[in-house]
Design a protein around this ligand. Structure first.
Ligand SMILES: C[S@@+](CC[C@H](N)C(=O)[O-])C[C@H]1O[C@@H](n2cnc3c(N)ncnc32)[C@H](O)[C@@H]1O
Length: 275
């Protein structure tokens, strides 16, 4: 089913303003992803459906559309360099600099949870069973309620889990009779999943030692990306890091220093002075 050009323009503007997602050139993709849903809901065409979305004050229908149009593609061991940096540089440094042992990590745009769960497994590997008094629950956020629902369950196909070290299967997953693997309660409770729209202010209580926002900003245009990176910078502890996707471009003059491919550090005050 086709969307009329004027309907698409209005819809794309709303999605960009509210969620940052740039739908330029994506008319066909949107038609493909939404047609069955719109017909199943009993509407005759997109115009009729979009009118009801705009009239829905609760915003529920808009969140339904967003769950359908976001690209949630993710997998374990995606861009492995970050996980190496996490274990070998970030955690070793944090042990020396995070004096209150309250490590703040945020997976922003976490999709089905592979990314935060993998970080949680590395944390458990690093700190061991007794955790030595460290508090390291990971915040994981997304705008897709569907992705968040699946992430909370933490159930993955065998092929997905294959990418991880083989001993993690026994340590961090329970095998179900149907052959799927569910992340253990210990790991699941290390990750707190929440709805958060990256276009909105970052109002979490403490600043973050690490923000992981990979393969999310590719859907945003330059000004949106610049403003988001500014908000990330404000929300990062001095000495903390931001990981972005390796294929993503990074705005200039942000205050972060690039310290490895797709790894950015907010300098400590003394590091800024020494430059
Ligand atoms: C391609 S996935 C990336 C998942 C994971 N970070 C990775 O690299 O494998 C992009 C995720 O960003 C989320 N997203 C897109 N726009 C967002 C926004 N404005 N606020 C929060 N999340 C958003 C999507 O719902 C999707 O789950």
């Amino acid at each position: 089913m086709k969307i009329r050009d004027e309907d698409f323009i209005g819809f794309a503007e709303l999605v960009k303003t509210k969620y940052g997602i740039d739908l330029t050139g994506k008319k066909y993709v949107i038609e493909t992803r939404l047609t069955n849903y719109v017909l199943d809901c009993g509407y005759n065409d997109f115009s009729e459906y979009l009118q009801s979305v705009y009239a829905d004050r609760s915003g529920i229908e808009m969140t339904n559309i967003i769950s359908r149009i976001t690209t949630n593609y993710t997998y374990f061991r995606r861009e492995d360099g970050h996980f190496k940096h996490f274990s070998e540089v970030f955690l070793k440094g944090a042990e020396k600099t995070v004096y209150d042992k309250d490590l703040r990590i945020w997976s922003a745009g976490c999709s089905y949870g592979n990314e935060p769960y993998e970080l949680a497994m590395l944390l458990h590997d690093h700190f061991g069973k007794n955790e030595l008094g460290w508090d390291f629950r990971i915040l994981a956020t997304d705008i897709s309620f569907n992705a968040l629902r699946m992430a909370k369950r933490g159930v993955f196909a065998e092929q997905a889990v294959d990418a991880l070290p083989s001993d993690w299967r026994n340590r961090y997953f329970n095998r179900h009779v149907n052959g799927t693997y569910q992340v253990t309660d210990e790991i699941r409770t290390s990750v707190v999943f929440k709805y958060h729209n990256l276009m909105e202010p970052i109002e979490f209580k403490k600043k973050f030692d690490l923000i992981v926002c990979r393969n999310v900003m590719i859907y945003f245009d330059e000004p949106t990306k610049e403003q988001l990176v500014e908000r990330f910078f404000e929300a990062t502890e001095p000495g903390g890091y931001l990981y972005i996707g390796h294929a993503e471009t990074f705005p200039r003059n942000t205050g972060y220093q690039c310290v490895a491919p797709a790894v950015y550090k907010k300098p400590l005050k003394e590091e800024t002075v020494n430059e």
